[in-house]
Write a protein that binds this ligand. Structure first.
Ligand code: 3HC
Length: 283
């Protein structure tokens, strides 16, 4: 199956980034968020990114006009009726995801693939809630989406090879490097990266070093592009905590116990960059 029109549901940091790379790859894109302010903010973010690219001479004014002409940004989920794939990037909650994918299955044409950008949740469970479990899979992007080259492709237990191959080709056309992973909590990257961020939060909570010192240590001592606490701020501490909670429940292993530092930050509403405060202050 050839993908021509891409739908993206959820216009937060990830959804906006996925819409951006899809438009840049030549697809017609429908980006929907049920919250009008979030949809408007995403449109502004993309315009800003393209204005910056224009300034740097990476794209022409014609390219930007073409991008805008191929992007619909709104709040009406019915716009997905004729898309070939929906990439869902809503809140990391299994009940919401199941509800939304069931709704998408009822709304979209029979061939439409339903992809979820879940960080860790079960693809099979989401797929089972739909009328097309063979066409549901994980398509996991990394933050910041326009920069990070990887896309994890995760088939559920009944996803067809055709569906997986179509999505692998889509990721390649977006300029990404797809890696196929079996369904398991956190797949490859988050299974390894999230416990690392969690341990950094524990080191912080125990007062062993400040956030700046922890991040400096991991950058200069382990060659990381950014420190683990700055990374948690960038990803969103609520998201990192949700993944930790899921691992802890799913594996029933104390090594995945979420750091109390994450819990405290989330309770305070200090979710990282998106709220202006996390381990660092961005205001
Ligand atoms: N959005 C778009 N573009 C961005 C960006 C952003 N948020 N941040 C940086 N960039 C671009 C810059 O514009 C610049 O582009 P240019 O070369 O065209 O000028 C390029 O990236 C490099 O930026 P900088 O020189 O300012 O900064 P760095 O070289 O330090 O790179 C970084 C920034 C790419 C964020 C780098 O620090 C990095 O790779 N950090 C680790 C990111 C990471 O691990 N992401 C995965 C998170 S886990 C995840 O997303 C999964 C989820 O399920 C939890």
């Amino acid at each position: 199956m050839e993908i021509k029109k891409v739908g993206v549901l959820g216009a937060g940091i990830m959804g906006a980034g996925i819409a951006q790379v899809s438009v840049q790859a030549g697809y017609s894109v429908v980006l929907i968020d049920v919250v009008p302010e979030i949809a408007n903010k995403a449109r502004k973010t993309l315009n800003k990114a393209w204005a910056k690219a224009l300034e740097k001479g990476k794209v022409s004014a014609e390219n930007v006009a073409d991008y805008n002409a191929r992007l619909i940004c709104g709040t009406d989920i019915n716009e997905f009726r004729d898309v070939d794939i929906v990439i869902e990037a809503i809140v990391e909650n299994i009940d919401f995801k199941k509800k939304v994918h069931k709704q998408l299955g009822e709304l979209c044409k029979a061939e439409t693939i339903l992809a979820t950008n879940t960080s860790a949740l079960s693809i099979t469970e989401i797929a089972a809630a739909t009328n097309r479990s063979d066409k549901v899979l994980g398509m996991h992007f990394f933050n910041p989406v326009p920069v990070m080259k990887l896309v994890e492709v995760i088939p559920g237990v009944v996803t067809t090879d055709d569906t997986a191959q179509t999505v692998i080709q889509l990721a390649e056309k977006m300029g990404k490097e797809p890696v196929l992973a079996k369904e398991s909590p956190g797949f490859i990257v988050n299974r390894i990266l999230v416990p690392y961020m969690n341990e950094a939060a524990n080191v912080f909570y125990e007062g062993i070093a400040s956030a700046e010192e922890i991040d400096k240590a991991m950058k200069l001592g382990a060659g990381m592009p950014m420190g683990p606490l700055a990374l948690a701020d960038m990803v969103g501490i609520d998201i990192v905590l949700a993944v930790c909670e899921f691992f802890y429940k799913e594996f029933a292993d104390s090594k995945y116990r979420p750091s109390l530092a994450f819990r405290q930050k989330v309770r305070a509403g200090h979710l990282g960059k998106k709220t202006g405060k996390g381990f660092y202050n961005y205001m």
